[in-house]
Each structure stands twice: as structure tokens, then as C-alpha cells.
Design a protein around this ligand. Structure first.
Ligand code: FAD
Length: 394
């Protein structure tokens, strides 16, 4: 059989993975990358340390219109296969509570190992080659850049999403969808800080606190996350906020729903426990004001923001455990780590191949798939890259 010619758009996480597996499957692979270098977003991942996957895996970690579809792809190249793959490339993995990093704690290690393997397999990477269109050409496809036309038996669009300020972040996937009639869900920021209404912002800016955030949409409690929350002049940030953000943003932007976050500044004590504790302290130090009773519990800066001067203990406890914030929007897309939305999985077969233009595949963030914070977005990139790469090579 003649060697299959595959063009991959984007030398990011899923494009490199797809390239390696397509080449291992015997295909001739060329990756076209718009940037001057491959893997810029991968280098930025995990604060430069690259949280490449997570030992805890279940379908709820992967979000999109059809999470079951996403889970089927993950199962075909799961966390064990991912760790075995990277170990095979020479990476020594390190677990931090199940979050997997390279032991060097350098994203560069992951990128270098992928590039070494790609080079060894003869995968060609052409940088500064920005793709403009994909079209049918006889029995195959043609990929056009500003200066060149590349014929291909199969094309893998691994061109990511517009999220983040990393150079190369683009909505090329949507442009290709529009050219090819592929259905898609508009991209929106996810894993992103949230803007909230109110006059707290300036007063609380700069505080970091262990807190919980509960997401309430149209009066219905949706989910709760706890951890380090950062209070900023525009609103709230931190991992717990990131975890709820894709649902909050889609509810605000798409459905114009009423979206609230209930912030609990003392999530490790129930209201009754906190009240009991404060009453005990009041008995021991009756000369203290209620605000002073909270001194050993909350950052100084927050006490006057939330506890009224003459509040009783019961009211003060509610005031710090049930702070209702009205979410108005996401912070700008450049602050988002990923996008929700992308190529609709309803328009893809079980191998991520277009039902509208056979031979055209989509991977990574280009697909209507986004993961929770904790290595799930890269796991999706590895799994989807593997599935598209192996399938396109056949
Ligand atoms: C700051 C930050 C930290 C993150 N940390 C983590 C983490 O620790 N763990 C985790 O799981 N996820 C993390 N993510 C998310 C993760 O990096 C992405 O989900 C993942 O890189 C997506 O892979 P991809 O292949 O879909 O896209 P990308 O890795 O973005 O690759 C797409 C490539 O396509 C290229 N491209 C785009 N348009 C064109 C075009 N028209 N022509 C040619 N090339 C094009 C781009 O330049 C890019 O190189 C982080 C993201 C950010 C921004």
C-alpha cells in the first residue's frame, strides 16, 4: 500500500501526539505550525511545570455537549497508557496528590521528548506556516497557507482554541468549520477568573484565602469547589473559581441566566460550629467586639468588608459564610487557560473524523471538549491526538 500523506495543523500538544502516532502507523507526516516554534502553550502549562495528566479519572472531568463521547475517546488512551507512553519516551513522572508532572517540573522536558520522538520518526515540522483553509481535492484534501498548497490523504486540525495570551492561540478551528460546513459551538473562555458585581472589589483586592465557592444558576445549586481563592479588584480567581467557571460563563453568555457564587470564607466549620466557637470566645473575652472575635480567623482586610460594625455573632457568621456574588462575565479570554466549545462532536465519527468532509479530523481544544483543572486538558490532547493519529494513518 502507498504511504499515506497526512498534514497536521498545529504543533501543539495534540498535534505532536497525533503526528507521532500517525508516523508510528506508517504515514508520512507534515505538521504546519503558525508560530516560530512548536508547543508554546505546552511550555506555558502548569506555570511552566506541565501538569500532564491526573491519576483520578472519571467522565465528569471532561465537559462538552456530549461528555460520554469524550469519555470514550479518553478510554482508548487513558491515564495509564499516557504515563506508559511518556515513560517510554524517557520521562520520569512525579505525582503530587495524583496530579502528574515531569520530575524535572519543566514543561520543556515534555515538549523536548515529544519533538525528539517526532524527529526520530521522520515527522516534518514547518514553522511560520499559518493555515488559511482546508478543501476537498479529488479523492484527497488540500491545505492552503499564505504561500503554499499541501495535498493530503488526511488532515488533522490540531489548531487549539483562542484561549490565553500565548502566541498562536486562534480560532482557526471555527474558520475551518465554516469552510467545510462542520457544525460547531462558539468558543467561550473556561478555566478563567470571574467578574462579579458589587463594591467589595477594591477593598478585598489582593487577599488569598482558603474558601469554598458554590455555583447557583437561576436559583439552583449546581456545584461546589473549595481551595485557595484569590480576591481581585475585578472579582474572584483561583483553582476553585476556575473549576466552576466554564458553567458560569456559558450560563451568563449563552443563556443570559442569573448566575451567582456563594462564597464561604470559613468552609471548614459549619455555621453552628463557628457560632459555638465565637460564643466561647466571647465568654472568655467579653471586652472584644464581634469584629475582634473574627481576628484569629480571617485576614484583617476582610473583616470590615463583610462584618458590620455592630453585628451580632449570628449575623456575622452568616456574613462570612454566605457571601452572595453576582457573576457578570468571565475575565477577558487572554486570562483563560482553555476554551469551552469548538467542533461539535455530533459532526464527528468515533475516531474524531468529520462526517461532513471524510479525511478531516479534529483534536484537542479544537473539539467541543474542555477538562477540569488538574491535567485533564492535556489528557484530552494526548487521547484525542492518539485516536486521530492512529485512525488517519490506516
Ligand atoms: C497558561 C496555561 C496553563 C495551562 N496549564 C495546563 C496544565 O497544567 N495541564 C493541562 O492539562 N492543561 C493546561 N493548559 C491547557 C493545555 O495547555 C491545552 O488544553 C492544550 O495545550 C491544548 O492542546 P491543543 O493541541 O488542542 O492546542 P495547542 O497546544 O494550543 O496547539 C495548537 C497549535 O496550533 C497552532 N495554530 C493555531 N492556528 C494555526 C494556524 N492557522 N496554522 C498553523 N498553526 C496554527 C498554534 O500556534 C499552536 O501551536 C494550560 C493552558 C494555559 C494557557
Amino acid at each position: 500500500m502507498p504511504q499515506k500523506k497526512i498534514i497536521i495543523i498545529g504543533a501543539g500538544a495534540s498535534g505532536l501526539m497525533a503526528g507521532i502516532w500517525a508516523a508510528r502507523g506508517g504515514a508520512h507526516v507534515t505538521i504546519l505550525e503558525g508560530n516560530d516554534k512548536p508547543g508554546r502553550k505546552l511550555l506555558a502549562s502548569g506555570n511552566g511545570k506541565c501538569n500532564l495528566t491526573n491519576l483520578t479519572q472519571d467522565p465528569s472531568c471532561y465537559r462538552g455537549t456530549d461528555p460520554q463521547y469524550l469519555w470514550q475517546i479518553i478510554r482508548r488512551f487513558d491515564v495509564d497508557q499516557t504515563i506508559a507512553f511518556f515513560t517510554g519516551l524517557g520521562l520520569y513522572p512525579k505525582s503530587r496528590d495524583g496530579w502528574i508532572y515531569p520530575c524535572t517540573e519543566q514543561a520543556e522536558t515534555v515538549l523536548k521528548l515529544l519533538l525528539m520522538e517526532a524527529e526520530h520518526l521522520g515527522v516534518r515540522i514547518k514553522t511560520r506556516e499559518e493555515v488559511q483553509s482546508v478543501s476537498k481535492a479529488g479523492a484527497g484534501l488540500t491545505v492552503r497557507t499564505k504561500t503554499w498548497s499541501y495535498p493530503a490523504d488526511a488532515v488533522i486540525a490540531a489548531c487549539g482554541s483562542p484561549a490565553s495570551a500565548v502566541r498562536g492561540s486562534s480560532d482557526t478551528a471555527i474558520a475551518i468549520a465554516e469552510q467545510t460546513g462542520q457544525p460547531y459551538i462558539p468558543f467561550l473562555p473556561a478555566l478563567v477568573p470571574l467578574h462579579v458585581r458589587g463594591d467589595y472589589a477594591k477593598k478585598w483586592a489582593g487577599v488569598r484565602i482558603q474558601a469554598s465557592v458554590s455555583l447557583v444558576i437561576d436559583g439552583m445549586m449546581q456545584m461546589q469547589e473549595a481551595g485557595n481563592v484569590q480576591l481581585a479588584d475585578y472579582g474572584i480567581s483561583g483553582i476553585p473559581v476556575f473549576q466552576i467557571s466554564r458553567f458560569a460563563v456559558r450560563a451568563v453568555r449563552e443563556a443570559r441566566k442569573d448566575v451567582r457564587v456563594i462564597l464561604d470564607l470559613v468552609p471548614y466549620l459549619t455555621e453552628a460550629e463557628l457560632t459555638g466557637r465565637m460564643e466561647m470566645q466571647q465568654t472568655a473575652a467579653p471586652w472584644k467586639t464581634v469584629r475582634q472575635l473574627f481576628c484569629g480567623l480571617l485576614p484583617e482586610q476582610l473583616i470590615p468588608v463583610f462584618i458590620p460594625k455592630k453585628a451580632e455573632i449570628a449575623a456575622a457568621v452568616k456574613a462570612v459564610k454566605q457571601i452572595e456574588l453576582h457573576v457578570t462575565d468571565a475575565a477577558a479570554g487572554r486570562f483563560a487557560q482553555v476554551s469551552s466549545g469548538g467542533i461539535s462532536t455530533a459532526g464527528l465519527d468515533e475516531n474524531l473524523q468529520s462526517r461532513y468532509m471524510p479525511g478531516l479530523y479534529f483534536t484537542g481544544e479544537a473539539v467541543d471538549a474542555d477538562g477540569a483543572c488538574g491535567g485533564y486538558n492535556l489528557q484530552w490532547a494526548w487521547s484525542s491526538g492518539y485516536v486521530a493519529g492512529t485512525s488517519a494513518a490506516i
